[in-house]
Design a protein. Structure first.
Length: 303
């Protein structure tokens, strides 16, 4: 992997941690997430006006998977809002980032959508789970199984499942889109941009509809607009930068797996962002936990 690719991936991981920090610090709400996702439509929505992909001609399975992806993303958003209200970012962020990778691997393997899990990859999963177990602890002696049956842990699991679901659905929707577009001479880059803009439109529309339809959420949305709050859009631009830099980095690697491995640099960045900027406590279990998570993910990807 070239130095250019490494720097691009590092910048992408940093931006991902930054938008999560902005969301945590500004008490992310449903309208906040809606405005954040709308940023993607403002930046990429124009693609739908000139793309050679004729959306009306796409097969039904494409629309089914994109709808399921948006539903799963809404589920993730609800979980994220609850998590950042009650859980430290330095605890929640590494767990929310790592668990979906394992869940996705299990789902794709279980449904025959990928290769079988090797013993080495399975060992990596066990190490990741051990790291996740350590993250909520103040001291190693605090370990108590009852700690992991709290409502906050349930929402972290829900966020991870939502991420897993929309990742798998995005993959299946893109596969359906490619099978229609590539025989017609449409490039993979154009297919990716079309899907990204189309999905963003669906997601932001669903989020905005709920934000306007529910009185309590409508008041929060109105407050954001009245105060001219730029934080949701700043978080949105960081999220867009995260995605764009990853796509760019793929042009500088010999194997896309390198991108997946080095994106996990965001885990320690997220932990230290929570400690340095949100004044969360730094503990040895957090350091040990994030180290185990990174090691386990590296072993799983290599395996």
């Amino acid at each position: 992997m070239t130095l250019t690719a490494f720097l691009l991936i590092f910048a992408s991981a940093t931006l991902h941690a930054i938008w999560n920090m902005i969301a945590k610090k500004n008490r992310i709400s449903y309208p906040f997430y809606a405005m954040m996702c709308t940023t993607g439509v403002l930046c990429f929505g124009h693609i739908l006006l000139w793309t050679p992909v004729r959306l009306a001609d796409l097969p039904a399975r494409y629309w089914i998977f994109i709808v399921l992806s948006v539903v799963a993303d809404n589920l993730y958003g609800v979980a994220l809002i609850t998590i950042y209200r009650y859980v430290e970012m330095s605890v929640a962020y590494p767990m929310m980032r790592s668990l979906p990778i394992l869940f996705t691997l299990l789902v794709t393997t279980g449904f025959g959508l990928g290769k079988a899990i090797s013993p080495l990859a399975a060992a990596g999963m066990v190490i990741v789970i051990a790291g996740c177990v350590m993250m909520p602890l103040r001291r190693f002696s605090d370990f108590d199984p009852r700690r992991y049956f709290r409502l906050s842990m349930l929402f972290i699991l829900l966020a991870a499942l939502g991420t897993t679901a929309y990742t798998v659905c995005d993959s299946l929707a893109l596969e359906a889109l490619r099978s229609w577009a590539l025989p017609r001479g449409i490039s993979k880059t154009m297919v990716g941009l079309t899907y990204y803009s189309n999905r963003n439109l669906f997601l932001s529309t669903s989020l905005m509809f709920f934000s306007i339809a529910v009185p309590s959420q409508r008041r929060i949305l109105a407050r954001h607009i009245r105060k001219r709050d730029f934080h949701p859009f700043l978080a949105g631009f960081c999220a867009i930068g995260t995605y764009s830099l990853v796509l760019l980095a793929m042009n500088y690697v010999s194997n896309v797996s390198y991108v997946q491995v080095f994106r996990q640099l965001g885990l320690p960045i997220g932990v230290f962002a929570g400690v340095l900027f949100l004044k969360e406590k730094f503990t040895l279990p957090k350091l040990a936990g994030v180290s185990l998570i990174m090691s386990g993910l590296l072993i799983s990807v290599v395996g």
